[in-house]
Ligand binder design. Structure first.
Ligand code: CO
Length: 151
């Protein structure tokens, strides 16, 4: 396992669309392990593969309710709306206010290649949406109001 360098806003890789993972091989498992280590090292709530420079559809999320790893994630249901602040490890020291669904159902493959479904509300729903946005080249600053320093 290794901590990877986080790509910062301004790097065009963060604006690109990530590709589906076709085969979960040793390289993908190593990437997942490194993403998890990098997430915790930086006290993040979520991390998407393009944030470590890899344009593959992989996210890891932990908002304090346990680690979730998803390969080729798809949001399949949303309900409600909540407006709240969020930040991003690629945009350090900043927060912005974004309206997101209050409830999100997401599915994707786990590291064993099994289709898994998760439901999240509030922070977890927000993290799912934020990380899937990364896979489509979207940053929260594309949708946020009141972007400001948080330190
Ligand atoms: Co982010």
């Amino acid at each position: 396992m290794a901590i990877r360098k986080i790509v910062k806003k301004g790097d065009e890789i963060l604006e690109k669309k990530s590709r589906m993972v076709e085969v979960i091989n040793d390289k993908i498992i190593e990437l997942l392990d490194d993403m998890v280590e990098t997430l915790y090292e930086n006290n993040g709530a979520g991390l998407a593969a393009p944030q470590v420079g890899i344009l593959k559809r992989i996210i890891v999320v932990d908002v304090g309710e346990g680690l979730i790893e998803l390969i080729n994630p798809e949001i399949i249901e949303t309900r409600g709306e909540i407006t709240d602040d969020e930040g991003c490890l690629s945009i350090p020291g900043m927060v912005g206010t974004v309206t997101r669904p209050e409830y999100v159902k997401i599915r994707g493959l786990n590291r064993q290649g099994e289709m898994t479904t998760y439901e999240g509300t509030e922070m977890l729903a927000r993290a799912f949406c934020h990380e899937v946005d990364h896979l489509n080249g979207t940053l929260y600053t594309d949708k946020a109001d009141n972007i400001r320093r948080c330190e």
